[in-house]
Design a protein around this ligand. Structure first.
Ligand code: CUA
Length: 158
């Protein structure tokens, strides 16, 4: 093998190893783990009858790491509830599932972005500390009414 070829080859290998080490070390450092969301299962046809989805909306909880649970039932082509008021500063566990097909669950201008799959329960814990109106929208094509799927999340003074 040509000398330069050897040098370039080893440089390439070294940078590959370096990048893998960086990814590994930063993942350990930041405590990354596979998403805990979506590991719970539910029969999509029983959603309306099963806890907590028989009562969509915001519920105050005691003795947990969050102040409220916000339950969403998602279906073509709407989110239930269609509007929610959250007291500013609340730590909220969002719990959602779909009754039919895959839907998106993105709260614009926040880091909340989930895929909602039938048969699975997705969740995300978020503190809403900025007052305002947030649009919850579907970013997963789900049919003719896809673009109309939305809900409004209002973060209001306590
Ligand atoms: Cu639901 Cu797109």
């Amino acid at each position: 093998m040509h000398k330069y070829e050897k040098i370039w080859l080893s440089l390439g290998m070294a940078s590959l190893v370096l990048f893998l080490v960086i990814i590994f070390v930063s993942a350990i450092h930041n405590g990354h783990a596979p998403a805990a969301s979506g590991r719970e299962f539910i029969d999509p046809e029983m959603v309306d009858k099963k806890e907590p989805f028989n009562k969509p909306g915001l519920h105050k909880v005691e003795g947990k790491d969050w102040d409220y649970e916000l339950v969403f039932v998602v279906s073509a082509f709407n989110y239930n509830p269609g509007e929610v008021k959250i007291p500013k500063g609340s730590k909220v566990k969002i719990i959602a599932t779909s009754k039919d097909v895959n839907h998106g669950f993105e709260i614009a201008h926040t880091n909340v972005n989930m895929m909602i799959e039938p048969g699975h329960i997705s969740n995300f814990v978020k503190t809403f500390d900025k007052k305002g109106e947030y649009l919850l929208l579907c970013n997963e094509y789900c049919g003719t009414g896809h673009a109309d799927m939305k809900s409004i999340i209002k973060v209001v003074d306590k």
